[in-house]
Design a binder for this molecule. Structure first.
Ligand SMILES: [Zn+2]
Length: 427
């Protein structure tokens, strides 16, 4: 059982580090310079334990995964969790989480934790709550399609972002310094620098300006992080990752990565909008420019093929809300693709959600039961579906890690993707 108070937590910067275990060999089809493939296995060391990479990071937006307790997250094999600085700033407030002993202690999770910077949520408000990260925006290219002045809820200036709280409509402010202060108080092992999120619909001119602004904010984050680390020297060391933006432009991604690599970050976030068809290329461009000896987190991706592309081209950790969010609506991930257990055909199906799955749900419950609970909007339906889907992604990343260490990544990737997409599965 989890007992956060019983564990001695190392302090100081030396408590954080990264070791590479196995590197993927280069390939004629490698997307990095000279056929380089940046994929590798490794171990991230944090004050609250190790993360063996590549690893899947379940998302606990509001200091909880919806419908699933931390004990269950641990039982399904997850190594770490990611929460959201913006949501925790809104409720319950970073001071309360600090008083509780930090994010992990507050939510009874004694393993490693991440917080994202809040930039994504704040800037999403600038898009007027519309879907901001459309992966296919062929033919659309305008800073205006995102939201005009009337529907816009966030405004970017040189210093930061002013936005209207979605909770109560009051005006709020985020900046590099404010994000660092919030994240230090939340106390996660890995934090992200405050960045400006753009969408694939923004013009190139805007992307250029945004990358430059994000770099200026990154420098301010490093300075404020250093100040806060000294001011809070009795606390476990919190690592800070710089975020690389630049949308789908190779020159911008490379420039952003090489600039961020020159700052005193502990690791890096590969952020922003990824156009699906060049997901692997974008990761390769960035990782060509980053140092090999620091970990890289790919922020918010959602599909099985994207995870393989991300791992092959240098991603170490991956967060994704899709398995929990879609699971609550009945979407079930399996090695043979995704299906919806709410379909009438499963009403009388007493088999598990997935044959041969070792998760708690599949060991004890049937499709018919999960179908029934979700149809009745019973909360345990969401719990059982989420446990299975999170286990699917955790074990997928475990298997990918084993395939790199075992020297059979290419064969494993081809066989897994062939089987997963054979039935026309999306996502
Ligand atoms: Zn299962």
């Amino acid at each position: 059982m989890i007992s956060p108070a019983s564990r001695a937590v190392p302090l100081g910067r030396g408590a954080f580090g990264f070791d590479i275990v196995t590197e993927l060999p280069n390939s004629p089809t490698g997307l990095g310079i000279g056929g380089r493939r940046h994929g590798r296995t490794g171990v991230i060391h944090t004050p609250h334990g190790e993360i063996r990479t590549p690893a899947f990071v379940p998302v606990a937006t509001q200091a909880t995964m919806k419908a699933v307790l931390p004990e269950q997250i641990k039982d399904l094999g997850a190594q770490c969790m990611l929460s959201n600085a913006f949501h925790l700033f809104e409720r319950p407030g970073e001071d309360l989480v600090d008083a509780a002993g930090g994010l992990g202690k507050f939510m009874n999770w004694d393993g490693p934790t991440f917080t994202d910077s809040g930039g994504f949520q704040v800037l999403s408000l600038g898009a007027g709550f519309k879907k901001t990260l459309a992966m296919d925006v062929t033919g659309l290219k305008s800073d205006d399609v995102i939201a005009d002045g009337k529907t816009r809820h966030a405004f970017v200036d040189e210093d930061g972002v002013t936005f209207k709280s979605p909770l109560n409509g009051s005006m709020r402010r985020f900046s590099a310094e404010i994000s660092m202060d919030i994240q230090h108080k939340l106390g996660a092992d890995i934090m992200f620098a405050f960045d400006e999120l753009t969408t694939l619909m923004n013009t190139r001119r805007y992307q250029v300006d945004s990358v430059e602004r994000t770099f200026r904010w990154a420098k301010r984050c490093v300075a404020e992080h250093r100040r806060l680390t000294e001011a809070r020297s009795g606390k476990p060391y919190q690592a800070l990752f710089g975020v690389v933006q630049g949308a789908n432009y190779e020159d911008l991604r490379r420039r952003a990565a090489s600039e961020v690599a020159g700052l005193d970050f502990d690791g890096f976030g590969l952020g922003g909008a990824f156009e699906k068809r060049i997901m692997g290329e974008i990761c390769a461009w960035i990782c060509d420019e980053l140092p090999d000896d620091k970990p890289r987190h790919v922020l918010g991706i959602a599909a099985v093929d994207d995870i393989f592309a991300g791992v092959e081209n240098g991603g170490d950790t991956f967060d994704c809300v899709a398995p929990a969010r879609t699971g609550r609506n009945g979407a079930i991930y399996t090695r043979d693709g995704r299906y919806n257990v709410m379909r009438a055909a499963f009403r009388t199906d007493f088999g598990p959600l997935e044959e041969d799955c070792d998760c708690y749900t599949c060991t004890h419950y049937s499709r018919a039961y999960v179908h029934h609970l979700l149809k009745c909007h019973e909360m345990n339906g969401a719990t059982l579906a989420t446990i299975h889907n999170e286990r699917f992604f955790v074990s997928l990343l475990d298997d990918i890690r084993a395939s790199i260490d075992g020297g059979y990544f290419d064969e494993f990737r081809d066989a897994t993707l062939h089987r997963y997409y054979a039935n026309g599965s999306r996502g």
